[in-house]
Design a protein around this ligand. Structure first.
Ligand SMILES: [Zn+2]
Length: 421
């Protein structure tokens, strides 16, 4: 029963069909690994937590909980926290994640990138920005220099791995960047050289997929199984979480709704086509709308445009409204194709959600063919933080067991965890 609930297959009110054709027989080792993941995730979400509460919440026997938590303490994933207080009897010892373990993360995007260090709870210890060079080789060199600097600042931590999110798609099979039109990169190996230089495992993910991870890992949406995150900045990307799994598709290319051409006579797109959803709905599109309505403007940045709009500038507001209409219209593709429960928008535009959210929603809802419309909301964190937090989850999820199905990378962690037999 525990196993079924954990995978989301069963609940008191609904029993889903299990696909036995793709199910392996559970060995005792598999069961132990699953229980380990269950407990590690419970500690992560509910820390500080006592062993008694872990047993109660998980449904596992006290002896099993004790065995696994001792193992997690030996592996230094979990440490003793504060002592609890009870009216009488023994004072329980609370467990929490060991925040001496850290991850070095980077968010690569056109113009400016960020390199940071976070602990296993997703708390950022430090970060620095760097201009993003246009050629991949220079980007690699500068990225490595910043990573070394960040790690040096926290030499007392144990580094678990490297997580990178970027404006493009990464193929887990070839381990190459395969599509990054806004960074203007052609196919190349971003992973190998960083692993060689740092001696650590490197996980790379598309920025929108990283935002999905941030929502699922750090948000409180355990019950949502169908979610799409739309990330809007220089470009427009989507990350798909369908039936409880991240959808990566062939070559990791799933989710490129932003490069579906909606008007073959429309403006040229960085991908080589014309009239993609992205050229009508990205930050760059809003700047173009503003420029078209105000010939004397010197071309503000998107940040300037937001400040103008927040100050009530009618031309800035009009440009952003046009962008909001285009975002909502494009979402009809997502609604028709995937019918998610929720669509989450990760964009700077969400700072004015009260104004632009209803425009996006009205356009999206008008394309609903039947049933209930998806819920629409802004992301839990501002876009750059969502991408960075997603990379923390990207590195950690392989250690925390199968808590997010489909998000396991195709490869084993370099830092092997010795499991007690
Ligand atoms: Zn395009």
């Amino acid at each position: 029963m525990l196993l079924l609930s954990f995978y989301g297959f069963g609940s008191r009110t609904e029993m889903r069909r299990i696909d036995f054709t793709n199910t392996m027989v559970a060995s005792s080792e598999t069961a132990r690994d699953i229980n380990r993941g269950v407990l590690l995730n419970l500690i992560r979400r509910r820390q500080p937590i006592s062993r008694a509460d872990l047993a109660r919440v998980s449904g596992l026997q006290r002896s099993t909980v004790s065995l696994i938590t001792e193992q997690l303490i030996r592996e230094k994933w979990v440490v003793y926290g504060a002592m609890g207080r009870l009216p009488r009897g023994r004072r329980p010892t609370f467990l929490r994640l060991n925040d001496r373990r850290a991850i070095v993360v980077a968010d690569l995007r056109p113009g400016q990138s960020t390199v940071a260090v976070a602990d296993v709870n997703g708390h950022f210890l430090s970060q620095e920005a760097m201009p993003t060079p246009t050629d991949p080789k220079t980007t690699l060199e500068q990225l490595l220099a910043r990573m070394r600097h960040q790690m040096k600042l926290h030499s007392d931590r144990v580094f678990e791995g490297v997580g990178i999110s970027f404006s493009g798609r990464f193929d887990l099979t070839s381990k190459h960047v395969v599509f990054a039109p806004n960074l203007k990169w052609s196919e190349f190996d971003l992973k190998g050289p960083i692993e060689k230089a740092t001696g650590m495992w490197v996980d790379i993910e598309n920025a929108a997929n990283a935002c999905v991870l941030a929502e699922v890992w750090f948000g409180h949406i355990e019950k949502v199984r169908d979610l799409v995150v739309v990330t809007i900045a220089e470009g427009l990307g989507t990350g798909i979480f369908s039936n409880g799994q991240l959808v990566r598709g062939l070559n990791g290319m799933a989710g490129e709704f932003g490069h579906v051409s909606l008007d073959p006579d429309g403006p040229a797109c960085a991908c080589g086509q014309r009239g993609c959803w992205e050229v009508f709905a990205s930050n760059r599109a809003a700047l173009r709308y503003y420029h078209e309505s105000n010939a004397s403007s010197k071309g503000p940045t998107f940040q300037d445009l937001m400040v103008l709009a927040e100050g009530g500038d009618p031309l800035a507001l009009k440009a952003l409204e046009k962008m909001a209409h285009a975002i909502g219209r494009g979402m009809r593709m997502i609604v028709a194709g995937l019918a998610p429960e929720e669509i989450v928008v990760a964009a700077e535009l969400t700072r004015m959600w009260d104004r632009f959210g209803p425009i996006i929603e009205a356009e999206m809802v008008s394309g609903v063919l039947g049933g209930r419309a998806p819920r629409l909301r802004p992301a839990i964190a501002e876009p750059s933080m969502a991408r960075l937090r997603g990379t923390v989850a990207l590195v950690l999820q392989k250690h925390f067991g199968p808590s997010i199905r489909g998000m396991q990378t195709s490869t084993a962690p370099k830092r092997a965890v010795v499991r007690a037999q």
